[in-house]
Design a protein around this ligand. Structure first.
Ligand code: FE
Ligand code: CA
Length: 528
């Protein structure tokens, strides 16, 4: 599906037109509003207050649109608290924060079968432009969100500033790093997975997960997502910039792979399938993604692409839905029939990497691509949930990266809960193999908790000897954080914004701990 972007845009336009809110001018908008008001009978009982308790979000920026999201949930962790009927949600997009210059408005139906979430896809916005948006429902008005469209396809941007983050375990800390992120004026935030953790509540944790067990049902997952979204810093993070979100394992079940749960002895295939359907549905309901991502049972279209003029192309990967099950040994990991992306996504990615005329190819990826022997000395051990367990797939990707037509590939990765900056080698098993790309493994927003100096020291005691045997490693660090990237025409500079403390609600100092540079035309990454 090489042209999925234009396909999605066509689908988006069709959906907007069908809902009567697409390209309508002011008169048509007024007519739409009048019709919808009649449709939602006025004799309904009043709605509970606090409809916008989960805030607002935007995402998936295109040159002429960005998805605007909210979910009406006055009782966030108790099923949402909405009546079993559709509710009209009116929306406005303006070029100013006070909504004096409204450029688009319309209304959507927030329906119980989608948890009263709305995913507005306003069309006809200007490229590379900042917009403000808000919603109204039941006499209430939402907080104001800020979003930004992508540059036009023929634009030649001088710079693109964005951030990426992953792994926000609610029980491990407060999301105060987003307080730092919202001050960075980014074009978008890429979120690479582990938006929630599916673990059962533990009474002694810093913040206790809702519920009584791991989530299994749709209501369970709705409550879990809503609980995370009640964090004010996470809400502020979403309100400040569009997000480009993908998912990893903990959105559903630790280390799941396609039809396989973490513990097949405890979850039947039917049980896990139902769980996946529920988890996908709740993910969609809470993420600012296009309607084209609305799940169809256990399937959901997550891999997709975003272009930022001729400067950067962002390939968003889905390495969970189509992968072969994890194996136990490195011999099994070599099996050429194993796949990380699935045949269709692999073709789509190759085509997108080879056809792009952008200067930079950024991959929004979940688990580490670069090889990582985790035992110092002769013996070795690998995390086979990572690309180390899918060696044929990795080799194919590195072969594609090696083609001169693929400009400046940089993989952005989550999952590790520590920062690992690495060169990507064409064939890591061969000495003297060429460097074909760079990988920036970000750390986590909270997962892993505080890192006092003693923990940092322990981390280095473990990893420094391994690093000495891993010449492709450039930087490693155990603190929490996110990575801020500035993509220019000649170089990409990435800064690790990090903190040692996430367990204090009032926050803690966030510093620029290190800076990494990739030069255009030179594969790999260096520490500045
Ligand atoms: Fe994680
Ligand atoms: Ca070793």
């Amino acid at each position: 599906m090489p042209e999925s972007l234009s396909r999605r845009r066509l689908l988006g336009a069709a959906a907007g037109a069908a809902a009567g809110v697409g390209l309508a001018g002011p008169a048509a908008e007024a007519a739409t509003a009048a019709t919808t008001r009649t449709a939602y009978a006025s004799a309904q009982p009043a709605l509970p207050s606090g409809l916008f308790a989960l805030g607002v979000a935007s995402g998936d920026p295109l040159p002429d649109s960005a998805v605007l999201w909210t979910r009406l949930a006055p009782a966030p962790v108790a099923g949402g608290g909405m009546p079993e009927r559709a509710v009209e949600v009116r929306w406005e997009v303006a070029t100013d924060e006070r909504f004096r210059r409204v450029v688009r408005r319309g209304s959507e139906s927030a329906r119980p079968e989608l948890g009263h979430s709305v995913h507005v896809d306003p069309q006809g916005l200007r490229p590379d432009t900042e917009y403000f948006y808000r919603f109204r429902a039941g006499g209430e008005i939402s907080p104001v969100g800020r979003t930004r469209t992508a540059p036009a396809p023929d634009a030649r941007p001088r710079a693109l500033r964005f951030a990426f983050a992953s792994c926000q375990n609610f029980t491990a800390g407060y999301f105060h790093l987003y307080r730092d992120l919202v001050q960075q004026d980014v074009a978008f935030v890429a979120f690479l997975g582990d938006y929630i953790y599916e673990s059962a509540p533990v009474a002694t944790s810093l913040r206790v997960h809702q519920g009584t067990d791991e989530p299994y049902s749709l209501t369970d997952y709705r409550n879990r997502y809503a609980q995370y979204r009640t964090d004010p810093d996470l809400q502020a993070g979403h309100a400040a910039a569009p997000w480009i979100v993908t998912l990893d394992d903990h959105e559903i079940d630790n280390n799941w792979a396609d039809d396989f749960p973490q513990d097949p002895d405890k979850q039947t295939p039917e049980g896990f399938r139902a769980r996946r359907i529920a988890a996908f549905q709740a993910w969609y309901e809470h993420m600012p993604v296009r309607r084209t991502a609305r799940p169809n049972g256990p399937d959901m279209q997550v891999f997709r692409r975003f272009d930022f003029g001729d400067l950067a192309r962002v390939h968003v990967l889905d390495t969970r839905q189509y992968r072969s099950d994890q194996v136990a040994t490195i011999q099994e990991a070599e099996d050429p029939s194993r796949t990380m992306l699935g045949a269709q996504q692999e073709k789509w990615l190759d085509a997108g990497l080879l056809s792009g005329r952008q200067r930079w190819n950024l991959l929004a990826n979940q688990t580490q691509v670069a090889t990582n022997d985790r035992t110092a000395g002769e013996a070795d051990s690998f995390d086979l949930d990572n690309w180390d367990g899918y060696r044929a797939s990795r080799r194919k990707l590195m072969d594609t990266f090696a083609q001169p037509r693929v400009a400046n590939p940089v993989v952005l990765t989550g999952d590790r809960h520590s920062t690992f900056i690495m060169d990507l080698e064409r064939n890591p098993e061969q000495p003297g193999t060429p460097v074909v790309g760079a990988e920036l493994c970000g750390t986590s927003i909270t997962s892993g908790g505080d890192i006092p100096p003693s923990s940092q020291q322990q981390f280095h005691t473990t990893y420094d000897p391994i690093a000495a045997e891993s010449p492709h490693w450039r930087y490693w660090d155990n603190r929490r954080g996110y990575i801020l990237c500035e993509v220019g025409r000649e170089r990409m500079e990435s800064t690790l914004r990090s903190t040692e403390v996430v367990t204090k609600q009032e926050g803690a100092p966030v510093i620029s701990a290190a800076r990494f540079v990739t030069e255009s035309g030179r594969r790999g990454v260096t520490v500045a």
